[in-house]
Design a protein around this ligand. Structure first.
Ligand SMILES: CC(C)(COP(=O)(O)OP(=O)(O)OC[C@H]1O[C@@H](n2cnc3c(N)ncnc32)[C@H](O)[C@@H]1OP(=O)(O)O)[C@@H](O)C(=O)NCCC(=O)NCCS
Length: 188
């Protein structure tokens, strides 16, 4: 049985001169998590949010996240460097296990701008998938990206995802519709 240990380190590696730590979240992350997510919103990065969050909202979100991790709904890891949150990577189930769809989960990732292009996303994703396989016995991972998100397309290709379909106008960016690419990665 999985026991959630806040802040537990999953993996550490060096990238571009920084020690990168992948670890479970803890409630004390709240301020750093808010700063991280609001910087992505400021940048208008391709995340599934459009409004900046307050400390109060982030605290509520973090409580919910902790609960979801304990319930086996999410595996969510903080990517940390220089003592701050610089990224987030997660696997999310759509229904509480046991369920007829507990053999797959959805993948999400975002990195702070100054930490991109160092291979961090690829290494963090691979570590996350290993965890999904060992903890949840996942058979595959599903993902999506906006059709014009070149960084995400490259990352998914490197990770071995296969494109399943293209959903016309599946997403919006700057008030314009964009096709959404839907993918699957086999974990066997
Ligand atoms: C997508 C994202 C996580 C990639 O992070 P990253 O750490 O830069 O990715 P990596 O360094 O591991 O790179 C993986 C591959 O993608 C390539 N890549 C990364 N950014 C790229 C870009 N902007 N254009 C083209 N290729 C890119 C890398 O060169 C690398 O390929 P290589 O090993 O052949 O050089 C990051 O750009 C990000 O957080 N973007 C904002 C949020 C977002 O779009 N999330 C994904 C939503 S689906």
């Amino acid at each position: 049985m999985f026991k959630f240990v806040p802040s537990k380190i999953v993996k550490q590696f060096e990238a571009g001169g920084d020690l990168i730590t992948l670890r479970y979240p803890k409630m004390k992350d709240v301020r750093g998590a808010m700063t991280f997510i609001n910087a992505l919103l400021e940048e208008r990065a391709r995340i599934r949010m459009s409004k900046k969050v307050t400390l109060r909202e982030e605290r509520k979100w973090l409580k919910g996240l902790t609960n979801d991790i304990k319930q086996g709904m999410k595996i969510s890891l903080v990517i940390e460097a220089r003592g701050s949150q610089v990224g987030s990577v997660a696997l999310v189930r759509r229904a509480k296990p046991p369920s007829p769809i507990d053999h797959w989960a959805e993948f999400g990732i975002a990195l702070a701008k100054q930490f991109r292009h160092r291979g961090i996303a690829e290494r963090a994703s691979r570590a996350l998938f290993r965890l999904g396989k060992s903890l949840w016995k996942l058979k595959f991972v599903r993902s999506t990206y906006d059709a014009d998100n070149v960084a995400s397309a490259t990352l998914h290709r490197k990770l071995g995802f296969k494109i399943i379909t293209r959903i016309p106008r599946g997403a919006k960016y700057n008030n314009k519709y964009i096709d959404e690419i839907s993918l699957v990665k086999d974990l066997n």
